[in-house]
Design a protein around this ligand. Structure first.
Ligand code: PBG
Length: 336
C-alpha cells in the first residue's frame, strides 16, 4: 500500500531493512563457531569447578574437568582453547621458577587435552605472571623497580620450547617484552619445533579491565604497591600509532597471528592492525569486558544475549579474524 504522503526521495536505505529476509541478505558480518577461542583456567587437585566471583559462568577447572570441557567445546565447533594455570601460591617465587618445570600444571594440562581431543588447537600463554610472587610477567631487575627485558626474554624462549614439547599448536607470548617474538621463534626452531606457531599479543594495553583475570589466576598480589603497574611494558591506552609499530615488529619477527588486547575498547586499533598486516588478526575480549556485560545483565540493565552477540559482532566487524572470549562455548552452541 503506497503511503499517502511521500517525499521525493531516490535513495531509501530503509528498503533493505524492511523484512527479515532482506536484512539477512545484506548482512555484512556473520559470526560462526570457528571464530572463537575459549580461554580456560586450570587448577591442581580434584575440587569441583570453582566459579570466579567477578566472572559468572567461568570456572577454575581441575585436569579431569578441563578435559571434559575441551571435549564439549570441540563438539560445539570451537576450534581452539587458550589455557591459563592458577598456581598454588606456595609454588610462586620472584623468578617464576615453576614456569620452567617440565611437569608444571599447564604442561600436564596440555598433554591431557591433546591426548583426549587431538583435533582441538591448544594455545598457551608465554609469560611469567602465573608463576611470580609479585605477579609481573617477567623477572625483576637488580634494583627491583622494573621488569628486566632481556633476562625475561631468555626465560620465555625456554618456556615456549617446553610448551611445544608438551604438544601445543600455538604459543602465545603475552608479556610485551621487546624482541620476544624473534627470540621465541629462534628458540622453537633451534629445538626443532618449526611447525609450532606464534600467536603474538602484539598490541597489549595496560588495561584496568584485566582485574577479574588477575583474580582468576591470583596474579594481583602486588595490588596497592607500585609493583602492580605493568605500565613499563604494556601499552599506554592513549596510543594508536604505537600499536601499528608494535604489530609490525611482531609481524617481522615471525608471529603467525597478531593479537590486539583488549578488544571492545580498542576497535579502532583492530581496524588499523587489520589494514597494516596481511596476517590473521586476533582480538581478546578480556575478563573485564565479559564482567561488565554479565554484571549489567544481572542487574536487569542490559539484555545478556543481545549484548553478548553485539559485542562480538563489533569486534569481528572491526577486522578480527579470531576472538578469544569467555562467551565462546555459549556462542558456538547458539550458532551451531
Ligand atoms: C598476562 C595476561 C593477562 C591476561 C591474559 N594474560 C592480564 C595481565 O596482564 O595481567 C588478561 C586476560 C583477561 O583479562 O581476560 N600475561
Amino acid at each position: 500500500m503506497p503511503d499517502a504522503f511521500s517525499l521525493d526521495l531516490t535513495q531509501r536505505p530503509r528498503r533493505l531493512r524492511r523484512t527479515a529476509s532482506l536484512r539477512a541478505m545484506v548482512e555484512e558480518t556473520v559470526l560462526r563457531p570457528a571464530d572463537f577461542i575459549a580461554p580456560l583456567f586450570v587448577v591442581e587437585g580434584k575440587a569441583p569447578p570453582d566459579e570466579i566471583k567477578s566472572m559468572p559462568g567461568v570456572f577454575r577447572l581441575n585436569l579431569t574437568d578441563l578435559v571434559k570441557e575441551c571435549r564439549a567445546l570441540h563438539k560445539v565447533g570451537v576450534p581452539a582453547v587458550a589455557l591459563f594455570p592458577k598456581l598454588d601460591p606456595k609454588l610462586k617465587d620472584d623468578e617464576g621458577t615453576q614456569a620452567l618445570n617440565e611437569d608444571t600444571l599447564v604442561l600436564r594440562a596440555v598433554r591431557a587435552v591433546k591426548k583426549a581431543v587431538p583435533e582441538l588447537t591448544v594455545i598457551t600463554d608465554v609469560a611469567l605472571d602465573p608463576y611470580t610472587s609479585h605477579g609481573h610477567d617477567g623477572v625483576l631487575n637488580a634494583a627491583r623497580d622494573d621488569v628486566a627485558n632481556d633476562a625475561t626474554v631468555g626465560i620465555l624462549g625456554k618456556m615456549a620450547v617446553l610448551q611445544a614439547r608438551a604438544g601445543v599448536d600455538l604459543v602465545a607470548p603475552s608479556d610485551m617484552m621487546d624482541g620476544r617474538i624473534g627470540a621465541v621463534r629462534r628458540a622453537l626452531d633451534a629445538a626443532g619445533y618449526t611447525g609450532t606457531g606464534i600467536l603474538a599479543y602484539a598490541a597489549k594495553y595496560n588495561s584496568a579491565y584485566y582485574g577479574p583475570f588477575r583474580d582468576a589466576v591470583g596474579s594481583a598480589q602486588a595490588a596497592g604497591t607500585r609493583l602492580l603497574s605493568k605500565a613499563t611494558y604494556q601499552m599506554n591506552p592513549a596510543n594508536r600509532r604505537e600499536a601499528i609499530a608494535e604489530i609490525l615488529l611482531d609481524d617481522a619477527e615471525g608471529a603467525d597471528i597478531l593479537m590486539v588486547k583488549p578488544a571492545g575498547l580498542y576497535l579502532d586499533i583492530i581496524r588499523e592492525v587489520r589494514n597494516a598486516t596481511r596476517k590473521p588478526v586476533a582480538a581478546y575480549q578480556i575478563s573485564g569486558e565479559y564482567a561488565q556485560i554479565q554484571a549489567a545483565a544481572r542487574l536487569g540493565w542490559l539484555d545478556l544475549a543481545r549484548c553478548r552477540h553485539e559485542s562480538l559482532l563489533a569486534i569481528k566487524r572491526a577486522g578480527a579474524d579470531l576472538i578469544l572470549t569467555y562467551f565462546a562455548k555459549e556462542m558456538a552452541t547458539l550458532l551451531k
